[in-house]
Design a protein around this ligand. Sequence first.
Ligand code: MN
Length: 748
Amino acid sequence: MFPESTSPSDSDPVPIARLADPVEQLYQELEAKIREYRPKDDLTALEKAFRFASKYHEGQLRSSGEPYMAHPVMVAHILADMRMDVVAMETGLLHDVVEDTSVTVEQVRKEFGPEVARCVDGVTKLSKLDVFSAEDRQAESVRKMLLAMVEDIRVILVKLADRIHNMRTLGYLSPERRERIARETIEIYAPIAHRLGMGKVRGELEDLAFQHLEPDAYEEIMGAIESKRHSNEEFLVEIRQTVESELRREGIPARIDGRVKRPYSVFQKLRRQKISLDQVYDLMALRILTDSVKNCYAALGVIHNKWRPIPGRIKDFIAIPRPNLYQSLHTSVVGPHGQTFEVQIRTEEMHRIAEEGIAAHWKYKEGRKGPAADDQRIAWLRHLVEWQRDVQDPGEFMSTLKVDLYPEEVYTFTPRGKVIVLPRDATPIDFAYAIHSDVGSTCVGAKVNSRIVPLRSTLKNGDIVEIMTQASHEPSKDWLAFVKTSRARNKIKHLINAGERVKAIEIGQKYLEKEARRLGVQLSKVTKADMERVSAEYGLSKMEDLHAALGYGKFSARQVLAKIAPGVVKEEEPEIPRPYVAEAPTPAGAPGTARGKDGDGVIKVRGVDDLMVYRAKCCNPIRGEAIVGYVTRGKGVAVHSKACPNVQNLMYDVERKIEVEWARAAEDSFPVRIIVHTDDRPGMLNQLTSVLSAENTNIRSLEAKTETDHDGGVVEMTVDVRDKKQLEKLVATMRRISGVRDVERLFH
Ligand code: MN
């Protein structure tokens, strides 16, 4: 037991003196209420929860001036009225301790076990959620999210009970807070209750909120109901007696319930039908509850035999249930004094489902989804109904029930409580783009529930996602592999293309400058107007576009220079194959440029055809080798062998990594430098060259040296090979020559 502030050594859990305490009294009433419907339940844990919460809420007051603890006890009362289990009521008693006191979820777990802790945690999370930020009312999303993010439906039920009590005591708050809470109730919580089929809870929430939101309309409707109360009541008594005796005569067992309609539903009717209050004739309704479907129809027959039905107002939701499983017969008839009233007829079972929260009405009025999604939800509801029938113990029923109402969506939110609805398996990148494309594009990292996660991780319901951005950052191509939303995909593609254009402009400009120097054109003397004239000749409006086109390899620099300086450069002049120089990359596929021995058109950048590509001189990769591209600053794409040690150093900047592959055209060959270590003996060189010519390998250069430090010789050569296979074969053949100690490939 917990030490009491007044008498810490007190061992009696319920000392007589404490009964004077109104909160204590309320608690004792709660226990009594529970014992009525769960006489066998052990309430030790419940009392422990009460003492625990009382201790931590000690000294806190509600706006009404009552001790704070009165609120959680009343919440537990409401849950008891719903016939909830002990875990739910413990949660009700503890629902505010984590949010409003120093208690942690961990502490709740230690004291009350994992189930209660999980529920308290769930309720706390819902409370922290600013589901109703004024700028951004996403009622539908919020409702869905609330339902989707709880794993245990008891969390929602405790939250609804909390809301009912807060609404009942709303009068003590400032008008602003009152309006805000009432609006949240009518837009979020009442529809949730409705969706869960909890007709009674929904009704109370709506009427309480209505009272605060539309005080004038509320007064008017209540006034009208009140002024007719006497005659209405008399009328209901009369009708009821008639129906009772008629049904008894037919041998139909029935419970009859006469009622005045709820003020909010009258208000909605006024608004929907655009009529005034005195045109609402059926403020009253009669409900007949019987034992079987057969007797429902029999009762309908009796009613129609007695009073004239209004055509078009007979609705058979038993033969054709509403898609949400609501079942009932509805009819409106003209009563004995010409008054119209509505009669609903259903079985006790159908009634329980409609009132207690099993038949969810949500699809009828709010469902917007396609048939597949609906089928799943209906299946869920059907299960709900079946379980409810099978499982005697409602506690067991509740704890086996996991909510997954929206399996195709995931509900996440920003640190400020805005809901972001994403497809299942969406990633932080999708989230970032859903907020704003700038946030997406500059995203460098993400925190989910305050923890840093990989950008490719998937988000779960209820995740709070914080995106870390960096102004200069650009989206990575890799993201395309895992983003789920088309919005993110399109934005990333767009930006990558734009980024590649920037690179192409840079490359094109360098290329033009280099060629100009080589061909003796002084670009500095060319005016901007001249440049633009030349651009226009290519159908391009800006110089930038011309540079980009050069960078993409659409034209050769020579062609462009011939137009810029016709006196210096002739367009028709045959191309002189240029030696391969890494610093002066050749645009891949540029017409008129060399594609021969050193041609780099043999490598393609995957997905982007026209980027300038060159083989890195550090590893000089040849066809067939695994390669990787690296976007250099202003020099195009350097292609390295994947085995190249430089690659490891370069790839820290993964953003600049680009996938490349060998193009299909296999005519080209690559110069490769090879060193052969041999015994120093005559005839060695001859043997080597004959092997090479037997293999049909062109030798570009060959030089034999004698190593001075030991008794061997070294032959250094450059040979042309088509691909890795050919090179490997060549090396193997050379190694088989007697006297060859080793064959080595030089990379620079
Ligand atoms: Mn509360």
